[in-house]
Design a protein around this ligand. Sequence first.
Ligand SMILES: Nc1ncnc2c1ncn2[C@@H]1O[C@H](COP(=O)(O)OP(=O)(O)OP(=O)(O)O)[C@@H](O)[C@H]1O
Ligand SMILES: [Mg+2]
Length: 430
Amino acid sequence: MSSSATVQRPPSVAGDERPALSAMAFVSDTVALSRVSADLFNMTLGKANVREGTIEAALAISEWPRDLDLLIVDIGNTSDPVADAAALKTTVPGTALVIGVGRINDVALYRDLLAVGFNDYLTMPFAEGVMGRAVERALEARERTGGTVMQHAGAKDAKPRTLSVIGARGGVGTTTAAVTVAAMLGSRLREDVLLIDFDLHYGSLMLALDLEAIDALREALDQPDRIDALFIQQVAQKKSEHLYAMGAEEPPTGGFQARPHAASDFLRSFHRRFRWIVADVPRGDPVIQRQVLEASSDILLITDLSLPGVRDAMRLQQMVHEVAPGAKLHIATSGAVDARRSAVKVADVERTLKRKVDCKIPADAAATLAAINFGKPLSEAAPNSGIVKALRPLVAGLDPLGGGGGGGAAGIAFKASGLLGRFGQSLKKK
Ligand SMILES: Nc1ncnc2c1ncn2[C@@H]1O[C@H](COP(=O)(O)OP(=O)(O)OP(=O)(O)O)[C@@H](O)[C@H]1O
Ligand SMILES: [Mg+2]
């Protein structure tokens, strides 16, 4: 089923409607130079102006082509590459995308270059195709914003957000909801969203999207400081226009104990590229579960309408209050088990959790089947499904475009009673 390559190539620009780009490149390394030339060939219809040199040669140019779309520049080994980069940005036409290349593999430098207006930075050596993908992404970001601004521009003012999706029980539709919400969020914001399956052993997210699991995820969790822009580019697999995903398939025998704060360091690294991350949180790994929840700005807790489901929703709700008091908690009821055949009612859930349910996900077996068959998010495979409609207000509330209310409606007084009420009593005693 998982037949696609580990790192997916975007469609070639030559096959697109896009007109040929006007591009220049200054690269000192001959291997990198030939790779840049190869990658630019189609995009520029062979007219790229590729030269051997560095930013010094670029700074010496007094008049740039007015229609320049793309400049690739080797930052070389000057003493202050960021100052040079900033100076260069003031001279090239504002509409040109600028992508730096260099030998320094340093996150701080990467960030500084973005801050002065570079659209990306790649560390040499890089494989053929890597530059092509970087250009493609920068172009997509520019098309999205309709102008000169690159996708990282918002990073300074817009806070990174992590939405954790967690099921009160297994099989309640957590993965389905995580994928659907991430896809809907990306389309709504027209911004790249990264989905991460934190169940390194048994996660099903990559299978659901027909993408390849990667081995590097565990290593990256072990050593998050080694995650750089190139790594992110290689491991985050593109599924659709604004949806990227990553997940692992660790052997069942291989134990893994994440060191303290591993997940939050890991998420922070990926937030350099993706403002929004949606995490599919495993229930079976309390360490990872806690770490991911701690690092989340938003948590979507999904419960089925069963007694164990509601009991565990309540326990998880308490845990969220303890480990992630600042996070916004959204509650949904599952559609994986048909609510009509269930003994517990939504009102029982609300009474037990002492708050409103934000979203009632309906049962729609045909839509989930279509999503699985196509290996696509449900919102793309079955856009008219009731599941998509039910999730829409929740997605809109996560990141209101220019205001609008959130989804939470805590604080409603409910009287605990009956069997479900007893969960509350017994938990408080613990
Ligand atoms: N709203 C729904 N209506 C009908 N079927 C659903 C719905 N949501 C999920 N399903 C189906 O339920 C099954 C479990 O879904 P999914 O893998 O999303 O659950 P999960 O909670 O992530 O499971 P696990 O605990 O194994 O990770 C799948 O077959 C899926 O297609
Ligand atoms: Mg799952």
